[in-house]
Design a protein around this ligand. Structure first.
Ligand code: AMP
Length: 197
């Protein structure tokens, strides 16, 4: 049972690495960004509520986001562990997740922090905007999202550092190099893949 969180600024590659790490540990990768984008695309009630917020690069209200995550974590495939990508994203969500996991007698085992310099994040996001045409990848929205990351998300790392479960990983390099670094950090923290499966 491995319960992980991956944190990093937009453009740090946390989505890509999250999927790779989840695969290595045989657990589902749960991305709130992907869930919200899917909801927007499907035109569901949730999608209608969050469309404008996402397009502006702002955060969806905690109450709504935490409810979506609680539902997802209650599905059977998350019973044997999970990797959260993009949630929690502020201190309120940290408290919500803590309360939910605590109620099940669970807690996060490790928090992977992908460290990428701001200039590199911006460069990668601008490239992704051209390739994928994401509506929240315009220059102004990118700036807004990075500012929110620094103001609201970075402080959650202090909480996990104080708990001794934060693992800093250099997020600059090839995809394979970074995956290998994350796995080495997790194994160094006692989270081996064989025990997880
Ligand atoms: P991401 O793909 O993780 O960058 O998420 C895309 C967008 O979804 C964000 O800019 C937010 O608008 C919204 N979002 C994703 N995760 C959260 C979260 N934990 N709390 C609030 N909003 C979120």
């Amino acid at each position: 049972m491995t319960r992980l969180l991956i944190v990093g600024p937009q453009g740090s590659g946390k989505g890509t690495q999250g999927v790779r790490i989840a695969e290595a540990y045989g657990i589902p990768a749960i991305s709130t960004g992907d869930m919200f984008r899917a909801a927007v695309k499907s035109g569901s009630e949730l999608g209608t509520k969050v469309t404008e917020i996402i397009e502006a690069g702002n955060l969806v209200p905690d109450e709504l986001t935490s409810a979506v995550v609680r539902d997802r974590l209650s599905q059977s495939d998350a019973e044997g562990g999970f990797l959260l990508d993009g949630y929690p994203r502020n201190l309120g969500q940290v408290a919500d997740l803590d309360a939910f996991l605590g109620g099940r007698g669970e807690k996060l085992d490790a928090v992977i922090e992908l460290v990428v310099p701001r200039a590199e994040s911006i460069e990668r996001l601008t490239l992704r905007a051209k390739e994928q045409g994401r509506t929240d990848d315009t220059e102004q929205v990118i700036e807004n999202r990075l500012a929110i990351y620094e103001r609201e998300t970075a402080p959650i790392l202090d909480v996990y550092r104080a708990q001794g479960i934060a693992l800093e990983v250099d997020g600059v390099g090839s995809l394979d190099e970074i995956t290998a670094r994350v796995i080495a950090a997790l194994e160094g923290h006692g989270l081996t893949r064989s025990a997880a499966a």
